[in-house]
Design a protein around this ligand. Structure first.
Ligand code: SF4
Length: 464
């Protein structure tokens, strides 16, 4: 039995390795030693021809395709190639979990896995090709099979410490580290990568949920701090990193975990610079002080909008915009750089509200910001509330893109919104206090290369 997993990242190249799929590969290798497992990462080889060649050479029985909504179109193309070469296909990932029916209406999709992939995929590979046996697992949906239970029971890994280290050997980690720009604001010379400590999120932001809950369940699960330290030590020894980002959605909601992690960082004398996501209202001065003493240098925070109405009525964000400035200045006092996520063009958002967000970002002490176009992704509360006429049945998700927005998924004039987005970036980064960051971004060949990669998120990329 041969299984090939494809990560079809053709658009928006990034220095962040696909840790989730690599974790899945490592799990399969451990649980099913008799299955030959391989991985194709399109990040640095965005070529369908290369994928086809890989399939020809490896000749897999089953091709797994990771499918986030931004990858939808390319994921289907991979499915078509796999079928052409006689393999069956299984789709997983966030889009697959949120829109399984529309995927299964495509002849290039044989199976869809709902939620966390490890355990259902093991069941599928063990049972293949016995369809009746495969169908016993409700997290696996099968094209054309009638009487399948509608409700999928998530098959979660109870103890994340039980997962093996992600299969970093399956990707070009050297190249990922060279392209990694997460800590450039501290120094573009830092060598680092992303790690994960948890799965799930207890909050209910309308543009994001219930996707995370559908993938990972209601309860947030953590690796132990000891286990994450082990992983970081491994990466430090193996790939000589001196920096990392804990890329969890909301790491700081578990204070006890965080404090233990900081204690271990100090005890083990890791001496690394690191960052993580947080939320307004989820981290206090005292914890920031402890974190900064053990190398915490970059805070990423979703502020989304400076309009409390948009935060409450549209995004269900659960934060108070009036609390954001205190968090930002507290971080700055402890030498922590602040990156903020904003969105423009929410349903019902007025021009004045958007301008308020842009002005808030501009005048704040935030070091870096991104302004996405508010895009209701399939299955989210935002989509079901504001897009009743979209995402039905066999829909075309190929135009869904929150970097560039598109006329089908935003509720206003897309050209003026894109223009406003560009002006927001220009205004923000051309502020005199951020010029030094811009200069730093073009101060060396490494820095220029990474900056170009970041800019690609604003400019349409033709990967093939
Ligand atoms: S946006 Fe962040 S905080 Fe909100 S639900 Fe998603 S992961 Fe959780």
């Amino acid at each position: 039995m041969k299984f090939l997993l494809v990560f079809p990242r053709f658009k928006y190249p990034s220095g962040d390795p696909p840790v989730g799929p690599l974790s899945l590969i490592a799990y399969l290798r451990r649980e099913l030693p008799s299955v030959l497992v391989d991985f194709f990462d399109a990040t640095f080889t965005p070529s369908l021809d290369a994928i086809e060649k890989k399939i020809e050479l490896f000749s897999p029985d089953l091709v797994g395709v990771y499918c986030a909504t931004l990858m939808y179109e390319d994921a289907l193309k991979v499915g078509i190639i796999a079928k052409k070469h006689g393999a069956r296909t299984v789709f997983g990932g966030p889009h697959s979990t949120m829109a399984p029916k529309s995927l299964l209406s495509r002849s290039c999709v044989d199976f869809v896995i709902i939620g966390e992939g490890e355990r259902p995929l093991v069941h599928l590979l063990e049972s293949y090709p016995d369809m009746a046996k495969i169908a016993k697992n409700t997290a696996i949906k099968i094209r054309g099979m009638k009487n399948q239970e509608n409700m999928a029971k998530l098959q979660l890994i109870d103890d994340l410490d039980d997962l093996p280290f992600p299969a970093y050997d399956m990707v070009d980690m050297g190249r990922y580290i060279r392209h990694w720009f997460q800590m450039d604001v501290v120094s573009p010379a830092l060598r680092g990568t992303n790690v994960f400590a948890s799965r799930g999120c207890p909050f209910s932001c309308s543009f994001c949920q219930p996707t995370l809950t559908s993938l990972f369940g209601k309860k947030i699960r953590f690796k132990s701090p000891e286990r994450l330290i082990e992983e970081i030590l491994f990466l430090k020894e193996q790939y000589k990193i001196n920096s990392f980002i804990i890329d969890d959605d909301t790491l700081t909601c578990n204070k006890e975990w965080l404090l233990k992690f900081c204690t271990l960082l100090e005890e083990k004398k890791l001496c690394m610079q690191w960052g993580c996501n947080t939320r307004v209202g989820l981290i206090n001065e005292k914890i920031l002080e402890i974190m900064s003493k053990v190398g915490y240098r970059r805070m990423m925070v979703g502020i989304e909008s400076a309009s409390q109405r948009i935060l409450d009525e549209v995004y269900n964000k659960g934060i108070k915009i009036k609390d954001a400035p205190a968090l930002i200045s507290s971080a700055k006092e402890h030498g922590v750089k602040v990156f903020a996520y904003f969105m423009l063009g929410a349903p019902t958002e007025t021009s004045r509200e958007m301008q308020k967000t842009i002005d808030f970002a501009f005048t704040s002490a935030i070091d870096e910001a991104t302004f996405s176009i508010a895009t209701p992704l399939p299955g989210t509360f935002l989509a079901s509330r504001f897009m009743q006429n979209h995402y039905r049945g066999n829909d075309d998700f190929s135009k869904v893109d929150y970097y560039r927005g598109n006329p089908r998924t935003v509720s206003r004039n897309i050209r003026s919104l894109r223009l406003r987005q560009k002006l927001a970036f220009l205004k923000f980064y051309l502020h005199p206090k951020r010029i030094s960051f811009l200069l730093k971004s073009f101060s060396s060949i490494i820095a220029i290369r990474k900056s170009m990669l970041k800019l690609k998120r604003l400019v349409q990329v033709k990967g093939r």
